[in-house]
Design a protein around this ligand. Structure first.
Ligand code: 13P
Length: 246
């Protein structure tokens, strides 16, 4: 069985001092044999966190990557630049980027391609809104989102990580039930399997109000290979407890 991956998405949180305290506490908590840990931090802290994680088993991640290689794209950071700072993972297509920055499926597919080309593992986020779930469109939405990425990344697709994050569960304290999550994860696995014989290698993470109390049951589901954790990743004891639950 593959190791679970527990990735923290700090979102726009942290400070130089808070990052030191959090990472020291995580490292003091020790490595966990059953799971790999990663932290996806704001871009300005990549250099600091890369240094703090030297010699650690915790991997470094970014929260976004440009769909361009270089040039006149004010405010953007390329995959090559991230790589220079030892970034191993990059979240792409988070629902907050789709919602507040107008990222389309096509842009997410390009970002995925740029990350892969630079040797960074993209964590591709998919997920339906509450209105889409209530309209019975969950499967249609997540399949459309993942299809764009599969289409643009063909033979490399087994190198990605997928995160299923129902938008209605993000930061709301409302978690998908393990059965609800597993149902969507199985759909995504089947879609990957149609694209690559190596679909079993792909980690499919669940994200959305995952915490120390609900993690074990979610992570016990057949197709849930880890978690993408927001709020609870900012508190060392909670994040460590989630990793231990894996
Ligand atoms: P919360 O864990 O805070 O709900 O956030 C989930 C998320 O969006 C992770 O990317």
């Amino acid at each position: 069985m593959k190791k679970k991956l527990i990735a923290g998405n700090w979102k726009m949180n942290g400070s130089l001092a808070a990052n030191v305290a959090l990472l020291q506490a995580l490292q003091a908590g020790g490595a966990n044999a059953s799971s790999d840990m990663a932290v996806c931090v704001p871009g300005v802290y990549l250099s600091q966190v890369a240094q703090l994680l030297q010699g650690s088993t915790i991997s470094l991640g970014a929260q976004d990557v440009s769909s361009f290689d270089s040039g006149a794209y004010t405010g953007e950071t390329s995959a090559g630049m991230l790589r220079e700072f030892g970034v191993r993972y990059a979240i792409v297509g988070h629902s907050e980027r789709r919602q507040y920055h107008g990222e389309t499926d096509a842009v997410v597919a390009m970002k995925t391609q740029k990350a892969l080309a630079a040797g960074i593992t993209p964590i591709v986020c998919v997920g339906e809104t509450l209105a889409e779930r209530e309209a019975g469109k969950t499967e249609e939405v997540v399949k459309r989102q993942l299809a764009a990425v599969i289409h643009a990344n063909g033979h490399c697709i087994s190198e990605i990580v997928v995160a299923y994050e129902p938008v209605w569960a993000i930061g709301t304290g409302k978690t998908a039930t393990p059965a609800q999550a597993q149902e969507v994860h199985a759909v995504l696995r089947a879609q990957l399997l149609a694209a690559t014989p190596q679909a079993d290698r792909v980690h499919i993470l669940y994200g959305g109000s995952m915490n120390a109390a609900n993690a074990a049951e979610l992570l016990a589901q057949k197709d849930i290979d880890g978690g993408l954790v927001g709020g609870a990743s900012l508190k060392a004891p909670d994040f460590l407890a989630i990793a231990a639950a894996a």
